[in-house]
Design a protein around this ligand. Structure first.
Ligand SMILES: Nc1ncnc2c1ncn2[C@@H]1O[C@H](COP(=O)(O)OP(=O)(O)OP(=O)(O)O)[C@@H](O)[C@H]1O
Length: 511
């Protein structure tokens, strides 16, 4: 292995029942390098990381960490990975929000104790202060994690992961799994700046991302996977977003926006008038048949709450909601579903039944269609599931497999398939493409567009302003629970959405 290598993977293979997840993968990461892993949903990125970190065993091949000789991939373990200087920060950061920053650090390293096992709190705080200082984090040892911005939480998680290594003076490999997925866009740069500082100090960083712009902005090199095989490793300055998208998908991906159509003459599907529901103030919003209405706003602006209040999941305190010409007051999501509304929630944990088969996950919202007197027709359910799997491009060995063996992006496609399969009048989408690969992202919006062409209305919440600008006919901007702007036609650009979300312009009526 080269002298400055932080990781060498050679000929790694891994099979699960019915799937070969990795087919002889090679990967080299050097010290002082930021290396991205890119690839479609189910292409094997998470499996590779699990084997590098010793959480899963490979079938064949070798792994060599910075400090040591090649190990059989079948015999790695978390302890060996730690000893080799490998640290991982998962997407949810794994912090305890109700505890202080100092306590979170100590949980990762162990609480120093004195006589009779009493915790030395002064030492805990002093050590935390030193880490905060060293990693240049804008927080204090006594701050509660839940009160700090998401990007600061990411930095705390990284510092916690690196502290042991730091004390040993090591320069190992930090692995980040979609680190920006839960970050508001304005905080991404804060995290990137801290990562650049780490690599300048000799750290190697390996990160997984579906955000091509972020890969090209942050990484020095990117290794692309397709169906369990490494397609190649590329220096990012040599790539454009379109070229990277093509490498990932194995075919050209249209980067052009769907056609934006003026639907102002279409019948009104949903009308909110002066709706108040904590934290929303006096919301006036109209969604017409065939229209995709975007909702932009920073974290905490009330974006998800707006969807929840339409869906009967957040009590409306005052104001009126009219759906398809009739006033409604949904007190429970069941009422909204009966009224023809479907929601794809932000958190997959709230929508995926992990232990149930993929077929049941797809069918669960329309079980009456499969009931035959006293029982459910599994045959029908599976037949329909196979069609949905093909339509939505879900990568699953079989519709009988439990959802927890699908990759994250494929679970998301199942939830979307379930909702679209209901043929709703109105579809509420909260970050629908999180974890979804670049090819499927386009396909998902094409499918949504097909449904809107047939008359469905959509309210789309997304943090990615490019995604909103590309896929909406019109967008409102929320700030502090109020609609502060509305953009349509040529004014609807990612730049204008960002500007409006930050400026918190004077409240105006949308419709
Ligand atoms: N525990 C498991 N049992 C069975 N199959 C699995 C298991 N874990 C992963 N797989 C399968 O291995 C393949 C690779 O999955 P992996 O999670 O590594 O993909 P990924 O590239 O991380 O995808 P995503 O971008 O959607 O997160 C998929 O087909 C997946 O269904």
């Amino acid at each position: 292995m080269p002298e400055n290598a932080a990781l060498e993977v050679r000929g790694l293979t891994k099979s699960f029942p019915g799937v070969q997840a990795l087919k002889g993968v090679d990967l080299s990461v050097a010290r002082g390098e930021i290396h991205a892993l890119a690839g479609g949903n189910g292409s094997g990125k998470s499996t590779l990381i699990k084997i590098i970190t010793g959480v899963q065993h490979g079938d064949d091949g070798t792994i060599q960490y910075a400090t040591g000789s090649p190990l059989a991939a079948a015999h790695t373990s978390p302890e060996l990975a730690h000893a080799g200087g490998v640290y991982v920060v998962h997407q949810d950061f794994g912090l305890f929000p109700a505890m202080t920053v100092a306590e979170n650090f100590a949980l990762g390293f162990g609480f120093p104790t004195g006589p009779a096992g009493r915790v030395r709190w002064r030492t805990v705080r002093k050590r935390a202060a030193a880490l905060i200082d060293k990693f240049e984090i804008s927080t204090t040892p006594s701050s509660l994690v839940r009160d700090t911005p998401r990007a600061v939480q990411a930095q705390i998680a990284i510092a916690r992961a690196l502290q042991a290594e730091d004390e040993q003076g090591g320069q190992g490999l930090l692995i980040l799994d979609e680190p920006t997925a839960a970050l508001p866009s304005h905080e991404v740069e804060l995290l990137f700046a801290s990562l650049r500082r780490h690599v300048a100090a000799g750290q190697a960083v390996l990160f997984v991302s579906h955000r091509l712009d972020e890969i090209l902005d942050l990484a020095d090199n990117v290794t692309v996977f397709r169906d369990g095989t490494g397609v190649g490793t590329y220096r990012t300055p040599t790539l454009s977003e379109a070229a990277l998208a093509e490498l990932i998908a194995g075919r050209p991906i249209s980067q052009t926006a769907g056609e934006r159509v003026d639907r102002r003459a279409n019948p009104v599907l949903l009308e909110l008038s002066d709706v108040v529901a904590t934290p929303l103030h006096s919301i006036n919003l109209t969604v017409r048949s065939g229209e995709v209405v975007g909702v932009a706003g920073l974290l905490g602006s009330g974006r998800s709450e707006l969807l929840r209040c339409i869906y009967g999941d957040l009590p409306i305190e005052s104001g009126t909601v009219v759906l398809d010409g009739a006033p409604v007051r949904f007190r429970h999501p069941r009422d909204a579903i009966d009224g023809g509304i479907a929601l794809v929630p932000e958190s997959r944990a709230n929508s995926v039944f992990y232990d149930l088969p993929v077929s049941m996950n797809l069918a669960v919202a329309r079980l009456p269609q499969y009931s035959r007197r006293m029982w459910l027709s599994e045959r029908l359910m599976r037949l329909r599931a196979r069609q949905d799997i093909a339509t939505f491009g879900v990568k699953a060995a079989s519709e009988r497999r439990p959802a927890n063996v699908l990759s994250g992006g494929n679970q998301q496609k199942v939830v979307l398939g379930r909702c679209l399969g209901l043929n709703p009048k109105l579809l509420l989408l909260d970050e629908p493409t999180q974890g979804v690969d670049v090819g499927a992202r386009r396909e998902i919006y094409d499918m949504v567009r097909k449904a809107t062409d047939a008359g469905m209305g959509v309210v789309l919440v997304a943090s990615d302003m490019e995604e909103l600008a590309h896929n909406c006919d019109r967008a409102i901007v929320l700030s502090g629970g109020r609609i502060v702007d509305e953009l349509a036609g040529s004014r609807l650009t990612a730049h204008a959405l960002v500007a409006a979300a930050y400026s918190g312009a004077s409240p105006r009526k949308a419709g």
